[in-house]
Design a protein. Sequence first.
Length: 146
Amino acid sequence: MVVSGPRRTCATAQRVLDLYARIFDSTPLGEDEYVISADEKTSIQARCRCHPTLAPGQARSMRVNHTYGRGGALAYLAAYDLHQAEVFGRCEQSTGIVPFMRLVEQVMGNEPYASAKRVFFIVDNGSSHRGRSAIDRLPPGSRTPS
């Protein structure tokens, strides 16, 4: 049976809320199990002011030049360990499968995640980490059905 619509949404939301509470399939997570929330922020504009800001002087308010040069757009990818308050982040030229997998490798290359029993990644429905194909990209032994 395929569940879609509101029932699917409720089931997905419940699973996410349970992970936030350190529960998976009605069982509390162990000390060596972690929950990571990850997301991508696209098109962050790198800009710099063309002229320096002048400090206020006697009878003169601060002067700020509002002209800036564009340095291109970047994507920021971040992962947050919900219960350890650990943040991982990286800037990439774009989002996608390869940059997202670099973020996963960045997290999983560090202890305690590298030797953890399980690490759960909570992600949105973005194309670089959606569905069965995203799960299949993970190394064998690290896959948990969505």
